[in-house]
Ligand binder design. Structure first.
Ligand code: FMN
Length: 305
């Protein structure tokens, strides 16, 4: 929190699951809120691992906001009910996922270009007792499509919006379209959190001071790269080591597919974690073919920090 404006943690599918979130809170101090990667319905039911990720007993000591991705009213209804059943009071709706197959079906950012799908979504959401927020982009292929969401806010008590200042068609590339910040802050009638490429606490402070109307910010990839990003005083080798060891221990219990699966998960983690750490050690981590080799490479990396 900076001057009562919040710093939220973004959902990053494949990284910020409950293991990452609870380890992050334990070592670097709990963020004000962790938005969970989206839950979705696949082959007629909610993916079991999405539900497991949200179980309150897997998220002790942190404030988590579940997120749902759906375009069909039935799927949305079912997921909202699951969120209620797990004891949550709040949900976030994904209107930002840029994955083309997802968007083409009218999910995620694809929905921003479909006012009729948004209207049907509004009807479904209006039945829920949950506090509802939106995570969205400026549009799918046009930076005015965020305006299609405004009618939703006239009929629903949307609590806040997190805006990623890119188009869906940009995926995660190219500049954020920060020229739209003023306009969105002016015309969106609920609190807006700024999101996209925020890479340090100095950037957070600069943005919040430049945009006093913003409710706060949301940070994603930079925090996954440096989990101490929001608390530079804890940016110490022993903290990164502890963080890694917590992830290692939790995944070695959670993943039941043997060493190969565990190794794959950990190597994937290092695709984003500490990108500026010793290059040779990082390479050795990725090339490791056994957990023994992996441990040697990780020790080498932490020794060189
Ligand atoms: C690999 C990956 C997975 C993501 N998963 C989700 C997700 O599940 N739900 C969501 O709303 N956004 C998701 N995002 C988008 C981020 O939450 C965030 O909006 C985006 O990365 C921009 O913020 P950043 O530059 O601080 O990372 C994902 C982004 C990446 C790179």
């Amino acid at each position: 929190m900076i001057d009562d404006r919040q710093i939220l943690v973004a959902p990053i599918q494949g990284w910020t699951d409950h293991v990452w979130r609870t380890a992050h809170a334990q070592v670097f101090g709990a963020a004000e809120a962790y938005y969970a990667p989206f839950m979705r319905v696949e082959h007629g039911s909610i993916r079991p691992r999405d539900l497991r990720d949200l179980l309150p007993e897997n998220n002790t000591g942190i404030y988590v906001v579940p997120q749902v991705l759906a375009c069909r009213p039935n799927d949305m209804e079912r997921m909202l009910q699951a969120v209620v059943d797990m004891g949550y009071a709040e949900v976030n709706i994904n209107l930002g996922c840029p994955h083309t197959p997802v968007a083409r079906k009218g999910y995620g950012a694809g929905m921003l270009a479909r006012p009729e799908a948004l209207a049907s979504l509004a009807q479904t959401i209006s039945q829920t007792t949950l506090k509802v927020s939106l995570k969205m982009r400026l549009g799918w292929d046009d930076a005015n499509q965020w305006r299609n969401v405004l009618p939703l806010m006239e009929v629903l008590p949307i609590d806040h919006v997190v805006m990623h200042y890119r188009l869906g068609t940009q995926q995660y590339r190219g500049e954020t379209l920060s020229q739209f910040i003023d306009e969105t802050l002016r015309d969106i009638p609920v609190p807006v959190f700024l999101n996209g490429d925020i890479d340090s606490i100095a950037t957070v402070e600069a943005l919040l001071s430049r945009y006093p109307q913003a409710a706060g910010v949301m940070v994603g990839r930079a925090l996954v790269a440096d989990p101490a990003m929001l608390c530079p005083d804890r940016s110490l080798p022993e903290n990164y080591r502890r963080f890694h060891d917590l992830l290692y221990d939790a995944y070695s219990v959670e993943l039941t597919g043997g060493d190969h699966q565990l190794l794959g998960k950990l190597q994937a983690l290092w695709e984003r974690l500490l990108p500026d750490a010793d290059r040779r050690a990082r390479k050795a981590i990725h090339k490791a073919t056994s957990l023994d080799r992996y441990h040697q490479a990780v020790s080498q990396l932490f020794d060189a920090l």
